[in-house]
Design a protein around this ligand. Structure first.
Ligand code: 6GU
Length: 242
């Protein structure tokens, strides 16, 4: 998969060299290219923004600069992602859909955002898809942190990136629609707290039962919205009442 990220702060994307994403790039599973938006400016001051038409606070990013950048970077069939607090919620489902794409382009806006005609223009093109995505209900200063989130969430779903594909199965926001159960390692006792006895019993069925109940309890307490969205057919008759 190829991912292009365009930003006025390319240095913000430096963590993409590290860890799992860095390894996926080094091994050739992922081709990530970070671009400085100012490369596509033509004036002496390398201007990327201007005042909002109609008045109001802050600055808006210019459509001509973004248009030049995106025309160079987009390929036929690419999926253009624009991080913005006014976008649709980015979820594990979004990451799964994006992991099936050949080419993602992430356009990181700053200030009050990108001139709306940029998204309108590329939406009208039948060879690109455009999605405005939000991480959640809070405001960040720009799209760069969201780009890091999207690249990491998508990259770990690509075949061969996560060493043990089994770790993708049981995790939070996985197929079960539940948060993950609590996990423990050695030592058996720490700070006066013991690892739950059932986990050392060696009784596989009881361990599975305990983990599912903990996942249900935890999800009910922390994310009642996820419990409400569960398919009743996914519950078994031994599940704890939550
Ligand atoms: Cl994707 N961008 C910005 N600027 N703020 C956000 C966000 C994105 N998601 C939540 N807040």
């Amino acid at each position: 998969m190829r991912i292009d990220v365009v930003s006025i702060f390319p240095a913000y994307l430096a963590p993409l060299e590290l860890s799992l994403v860095g390894k996926a790039r080094a091994s050739g599973l992922l081709d990530v290219r970070v671009h400085d938006l100012r490369t596509w400016t033509s004036d002496r001051h390398r201007t990327v923004d201007d005042t909002p038409v109609g008045g109001g606070a802050g600055m808006v990013m210019r459509p001509d600069v973004w248009g030049s950048a995106l025309n160079d970077v987009l390929t036929p069939g690419a999926h253009l992602l624009v991080p913005t607090p006014s976008g649709e919620r980015f979820t594990q489902r979004t990451a799964e859909i994006l992991a099936g794409e050949q080419h993602l382009v992430i356009a990181c806006g700053r200030y009050e955002g990108i001139d709306a005609r940029v998204m309108e223009h590329y939406r009208s093109r039948d060879d690109v898809r455009v999605t405005e995505v939000s991480l959640g209900d809070y405001v960040l200063n720009g799209g760069e942190v969201a780009a890091l989130v999207v690249v990491e969430a998508v990259a770990r779903l690509l075949p061969g990136v996560v060493g043990n594909p089994h770790s993708l199965v049981e995790e939070s926001h996985g197929a079960a629609g539940l948060l993950e159960y609590p996990v423990y390692t050695r030592p058996p006792s720490w700070a006066g707290l013991d690892v739950p006895e059932v986990l050392t019993s060696g009784h596989h069925a009881r361990i599975e039962r305990w983990r599912r109940d903990e996942a249900l309890r935890r999800t009910a307490s922390r994310r009642p919205d996820l419990v409400a969205a569960l398919d009743p057919a996914s519950l078994d008759r031994h599940d704890v009442a939550v």
